[in-house]
Design a protein around this ligand. Structure first.
Ligand SMILES: [Zn+2]
Length: 335
């Protein structure tokens, strides 16, 4: 067990919501079983194996967004790969619905917490998974997908990446990209601005009817890196009532350990206020997480660091849970 009694008690009052972990990609590839407790990856260097239900319970994680990933080559069968990851989650839930259930709304997340069950939510990473079809977005929304990351590491039918193949910094959203952002509002799909270039980011942010999120990112104000976003981007999201999930990857944070995570969160608070920061670990996402937060069980260590830094319980509760919950609630799902 990690963290002080004080931090752990805080998690039991405010079970954390993490905006991004790619565990279902491993389930699909290797049969990784979320019900089984895996040992923490040693020597804190593995690219996956960071999340499972026993360690989410230990770490006071109440709700986990699972990123649905498809590698954009070859270019066909991208949507099918997303469906297979959703199938994986549904199989996992069927094994023991008392332990984990699919959730869509803030009410679902609250109900799961009351029942002592992990809430599993779904988000797509990269608009290429739509294969150029708005209908596919509707299909995924009906299967419970709650956010769409418009971009991943390559240009697609919607937009251009901040870094990666087909990068074009002077281009914003395509016509199809604009249609998708508008369709997201109608379908109850949150617009996720992780990985997209700045021009597309600001355009999608302005166009989104409901609060957008950045599911997993670092911030340039805390560390200069191409993967991170600047203060103008932070303010644009916060002005729309959106939230920014801080990634746990030392490459983007600037250094290893918990301190850099705290300083990125602090920068968001300084620029946008305390209603904007959230958690976006990127566990199981082909990153090597910072060693002190290398799995879900260790999350109370971050809470301890925030307490030490002088954050109030109210603010920590917003970072762990409240801000993400509000953004989910402010993106209504059509009946
Ligand atoms: Zn990512």
């Amino acid at each position: 067990m990690f963290g002080t009694d004080e931090a752990r008690a805080l998690h039991s009052r405010h079970p954390a919501i993490d905006l991004h972990a790619d565990s279902l990609m491993w389930s699909r590839w290797t049969g990784y079983d979320l019900h089984v407790r895996h040992e923490a990856p040693l020597p804190f260097a593995a690219l996956g194996g960071h999340v499972d239900i026993p360690r989410m319970i230990e770490g006071g994680v109440g709700a986990q967004f699972f990123g649905l990933v498809s590698v954009p080559f070859p270019t066909r069968g991208l949507a099918a790969v997303i469906d297979e990851q959703i199938d994986r989650l549904e199989q996992t839930v069927r094994v023991n619905p008392q332990r984990i259930r699919k959730a869509r709304t803030a009410a679902d997340i609250r109900k799961a917490a009351a029942d002592g069950t992990i809430a599993a939510l779904l988000g797509i990473e990269g608009g290429h998974a739509l294969e150029g079809s708005i209908e596919k977005l509707g299909h995924f929304a009906r299967r419970g997908v709650r956010y769409l990351g418009l971009c991943h590491f390559s240009a697609n039918e919607l937009c251009y990446p901040a870094y990666g193949s087909g990068r074009k910094d002077d281009r914003g959203l395509t016509d199809f990209g604009r249609k998708v952002v508008i369709a997201c509002s109608e379908l109850g799909v949150i617009v996720d601005l992780a990985h997209i270039n700045k021009r597309g980011f600001l355009e999608a942010c302005a166009l989104a009817e409901h609060p957008p999120i950045v599911s997993h990112t670092g911030v340039l104000g805390a560390f200069e890196h191409w993967r991170n976003i600047d203060d103008e981007q932070l303010r644009a999201v916060a002005d729309k009532g959106g939230v920014i999930g801080v990634i746990f990857c030392p490459r983007y944070l600037g250094a290893d350990g918990i301190k850099p995570v705290v300083s990125h969160l602090k920068h968001i608070v300084n620029v946008c206020g305390e209603d904007a920061p959230a958690l976006g670990s990127d566990w199981d996402g082909f990153i090597i997480p910072t060693k002190d937060l290398c799995d879900a069980a260790r999350l109370p260590l971050l809470t301890d660091a925030l307490i030490k830094e002088g954050f109030s319980e109210e603010t920590i509760a917003k970072i762990l849970r409240g801000n993400a919950l509000r953004a989910i609630e402010d993106n209504p799902v059509p009946a």
